[in-house]
Write a protein that binds this ligand. Structure first.
Ligand SMILES: Cc1cc2nc3c(=O)[nH]c(=O)nc-3n(C[C@H](O)[C@H](O)[C@H](O)COP(=O)(O)OP(=O)(O)OC[C@H]3O[C@@H](n4cnc5c(N)ncnc54)[C@H](O)[C@@H]3O)c2cc1C
Length: 435
């Protein structure tokens, strides 16, 4: 029997849930947010790069008080084989701007602060409360939630599912399927603590400047996956993730991969002498556009990772989560302001607004990329990085071999490994999936 009622219940206090609860509360709705963790952020894992533009749309003056680590002035991409890396580095003084575009953050601290803003806006936030089930009426309309608290049934006009990548509630209520192993990556991450000056010297940084490194290649042992190294003020976040289906296929272990990544000569010297204080493991939705489930229904919407909204190519997730949470909240408050019911028909507004945003446009652009990467992982993550590394070494090593001979050796190595048809086919498939 439901006794307590709210305009909206938000399940989860991560990026998506906080954005949704904040906007609905700011618009005068009576909002309850439920989070299973001890506090918002206590269960959340991220690299973590924060994209300022999306947060600015929620909290315009966030820079004045949010717990930010470093603003990014440099991005490095590394293609690695076992002993080398070929790098593309972009660093610009333009990023030392008044309102920096990207920051590193530590999620546990950031989410706590974000949650304080949700409370300030007037939402009721209950932590250490797990939603165990969605309550549906006889017609399948979601009318509230059941929690693990005593008398834990609470009613609402609409439930926002911001429960993260596992999305167990939505699956249990048969609103969507459980993400398949080839659509989610398992990532492991460590925090390596070092004195601030050591980090700044190793990464060539001044003040609060920051740098991030995204790495791919033989570190993932031919599986679809990437590593990352992000410089915070007094620690370095370092991690690696690969598709769950690939772990199942190869029998590799996430910590085995992380260990090899840390021992790579290019990485080891960055973290030398550090103290590891935190380990975590988490799933990342990587199925892209084709894995997006039904986004709304009778009395419910789903946002963020629970809706598989993650751009694995650009390593963006939190910004898609915040944006989908904001857009869902705006759509819901528009339906409410018309005095209309939270029916599936009225909540299509959320889908329409999301379709018009960068979230769906970007995911649609890369709709074929996840399958291409997964089905060609041996080539893209093992063969090509090794070939490129050898080609670079051949190019820069001066040993009296004529340059034409060197070029022929390099060309031959590519053709021997992939054949002309294979090379053109890979380039064509990659270009088609990218456009
Ligand atoms: C290793 C790693 C690195 C990443 N790096 C980046 C990065 O650098 N930049 C970036 O933009 N994105 C990154 N991401 C992705 C990003 O973390 C996610 O896209 C983002 O956190 C999604 O936000 P969310 O609110 O949808 O889910 P989450 O942040 O996972 O939040 C879900 C919340 O719901 C709660 N919850 C779940 N079930 C229940 C329940 N039944 N009852 C109550 N509460 C519940 C959880 O405790 C959690 O607090 C990374 C992810 C990982 C794993």
């Amino acid at each position: 029997m439901i006794e307590e009622r709210f305009d909206a219940i938000v399940v989860g206090a991560g990026m998506a849930g906080n954005a949704a609860a904040l906007i609905m509360a700011k618009r005068g709705m009576n909002v309850l947010q439920l989070e299973r963790g001890e506090y918002s952020g206590s269960k959340n894992v991220q690299g973590a790069i924060l994209y300022a533009d999306m947060l600015e749309k929620l909290i315009p003056d966030f820079r004045e008080e949010a717990p930010l680590e470093r603003h990014l002035v440099e991005q490095r991409f590394w293609m690695m084989d076992d002993r080398s890396h070929v790098g593309l580095h972009y660093r610009s003084e333009d990023f030392n701007e008044e309102r920096p575009n990207r920051y590193t953050i530590i999620r546990a601290q950031f989410d706590k602060w974000f949650s304080s803003k949700v409370r300030e806006a007037g939402a009721t936030v209950l932590c250490e409360t797990t939603v165990t089930e969605l309550v549906q009426n006889g017609y399948g309309k979601v009318i509230g939630v059941r929690t693990d608290r005593r008398d834990g049934e609470i009613g609402a006009d609409v439930v926002v599912l911001a429960e993260g990548v596992n999305g167990l509630l939505g699956t249990r209520a048969r609103l969507r399927e459980r993400p398949k192993p080839d659509k989610v990556a398992l990532a492991v991450k460590e925090m390596h603590f070092l004195p601030r000056e050591t980090i700044e010297a190793r990464f060539n940084l001044r003040g609060d400047e920051g740098v991030v490194i995204e790495a791919a290649g033989t570190i993932s042992r031919g599986m679809t996956g990437m590593g990352f190294i992000y410089a915070n003020k007094e620690c370095i976040s370092l991690g690696i993730g690969c598709l769950v289906a690939d772990f199942q296929r190869t029998g590799e272990t996430p910590y085995g991969l992380l260990d090899r990544f840390k021992r790579h000569p290019s990485v080891a010297r960055l973290i030398e002498g550090s103290e590891v204080k935190e380990y975590s493991a988490h799933l990342i939705p990587e199925g892209g556009y084709k894995a997006i489930p039904q986004l709304y229904g009778e009395g419910w919407v789903v946002v963020g990772d629970a809706a598989q909204l993650n751009n694995a190519i650009h390593r963006e997730g939190s910004n898609l989560a915040m944006t989908s949470g904001r857009i869902a909240a705006e759509a819901i408050s528009r339906v409410k302001s018309r005095g209309a019911p939270m029916s599936a028909q009225n909540l299509t507004l959320y889908k329409k607004m999301l379709d018009d945003s960068f979230v769906i446009k970007d995911l649609k652009k890369y709709k074929d990329m996840p399958t291409l990467m997964h089905t060609n992982s041996q080539n893209f993550f093992l063969t090509y990085p090794q070939l490129v590394s050898r080609a670079m070494q051949n190019f820069v090593r001066v040993d009296g071999t004529p340059k034409t001979t060197k070029e022929n050796v390099t060309l031959k190595s590519f053709v021997n490994a992939r054949s002309w048809t294979g090379l053109f086919g890979d380039a064509f498939r990659f270009a088609r999936a990218w456009r």
